[in-house]
Ligand binder design. Sequence first.
Ligand code: TYD
Ligand code: MG
Length: 458
Amino acid sequence: MSKIKTAFFCQNCGYESAKWTGKCPSCNQWNTFVEEKVQKELPLHRQEWKSTKIDQPRAPKVVHLDAVEAIEEKRWLTPDAELNRVLGGGIVAGSLVLVGGEPGIGKSTLFLQNALMLKNIKTLYISGEESEQQIKMRADRLKIHNDQFYLLTETSTQAIFQEIKKLEPQLVIVDSIQTLQSPLIESAPGSVSQIRETAGEMMRFAKESNTPVFLIGHITKDGSIAGPKVLEHMVDTVLQFEGDQHYAYRILRTIKNRFGSTAELGIYEMTGNGLRQVNNPSEILISQRDDMLSGVAIAATIEGLRPMLVEVQALVTQSVYGTPQRTATGFDLRRLQLLLAVLEKRGGFHFGMKDVFLNIAGGIKVEDPSIDLAVLCALLSSFEDIGISHKCCFAGEVGLSGEIRAVNRIEQRIAEAEKLGFEKIFISKYHKKGLDFSKFNIEVVSLGRVDEVYQRLF
Ligand code: TYD
Ligand code: MG
C-alpha cells in the first residue's frame, strides 16, 4: 500500500513545508503549522469541471502587442450601485471574486440579496453553511422574488459540478469556500490544501465556462482571509466586507481588482430587511447637532473616488495612572502617537500626562491621511476644552516637522463640504498654484504649520 502523502501548511498564509516548524518563515506567525493529507491518489482522472470543447494546444509564439485583438470585457451592471462600484463597473464575465468578512457581518445577506435582485440571470447559490429552509426564510425577509434563482446545499465539488452541468447557471455564488470539499484531497474542509484545490476547481470552471463565480470566505481575527492568503493571487478580485457589529454601517472594500481600481468603497446599512445602499455617506457619518462640543472636528476625506465627511471625536483628560493611556478606534494608534508628538514638539502642547481617546464616528476605518488635520484639531479642542464651530471642516496631512501638507483632489473635497452646508474649510497652504478657490462660496483657510492652527481656530 502506498503511503499517504502529507505536508505541513501554515494556516495563516498557506506556506507549505515538509516538516513542522514553530514559526512560519513566510508570514512570521507562531504555531500555525498543521499537518494535512495532501492527496488520496494520483489524480488520474480529475473529477472537477471539464469543458466540453477541448482547446487545441497552441504552440508558443511571440506576438506584437499591436497585433493582439482587444476584446471588451463583458460586464453586467447589477441593481446594486455600491457593488458595481467596488467591482470596477459591474460583474465581469468569467471572473472569480473572493469576498472576505468576519462571521455575522452580512456576507450571505449581501450576496443573497444581490442574486435575488438580478432578475434575468440564472443564478445558482451554493451553500454549505445553511439549510434550504434557512435561506428561504432569509429570502422571505428580504422580500425580493426571483424566478431565476436556484439553491444547492452541497459541499462536495464533484456533486456541485454535476448539478452545474445540468443547470448551466449564468452566475454562481459559493457560501463559503471553507465548507467546500474536493474528493481528490483527503484533508478536512477549511484546511489550506482543500481551499486551494476547491478554489482552483472553481477557477477553472469560471474561466472555461465564462461564468462569474463569487466565493465567500471567512476572515480570521487579524483580518486576513482565513488560512488561504494563497487564494488572493488566484482570484481576479478580492473584496472585503467590514464594519463594526454594533453599528449598522458596513463597508465593502476592494483589496485587489484585475478589472478596476482598488481604491473603491461601497457603503451599506444593515436594516431589518436586508442591506440598504448608502448613496450619500457624509450625511450619516456626521451627527446632526447645533451646539459646539469640544473635541469634535469634521474631516473632508476621500475614500476611493468618493468624498466623505467624517466626524472625529477626541477626549483628552488628566491621566490618573502613571502611564497615560492612548486608544484609537477607526484610526491608526501609531499615527495618533505621532500626531501627539508633533503637537508636543512643534506646538508646545503637553500631552505627556494626559489620557487620549480618539474615535471615528460611525464605526468606520479611515485610511486617507487627510484626516490628520481634523484629528489634530479634535485633540486641541478637547485639550483646551473649546468647541470648534460645526460649520468648519478640515483636510490636510500633518508632517513630522509640523507642516500641514497638501492632499489630493482638494477641489472635490471643498465642493463636498460646500454641498453639505459647511461655511469654512481649513486646508494646507501648499496646494499647487493656480487652483482657484474663489469659485466656491465656502471660505477656504490655508494653513502652513501646526502652531498656526491654534491661532486661526480659536
Ligand atoms: P449574515 O449574512 O448571515 O452574515 P455572514 O454571512 O457574514 O456570516 O448576516 C448576519 C447578520 O445580519 C445577522 O446577525 C442578522 C443580520 N440581518 C439583519 O439585521 N437584517 C436582515 O435582513 C438579515 C437578513 C440579516
Ligand atoms: Mg454566512
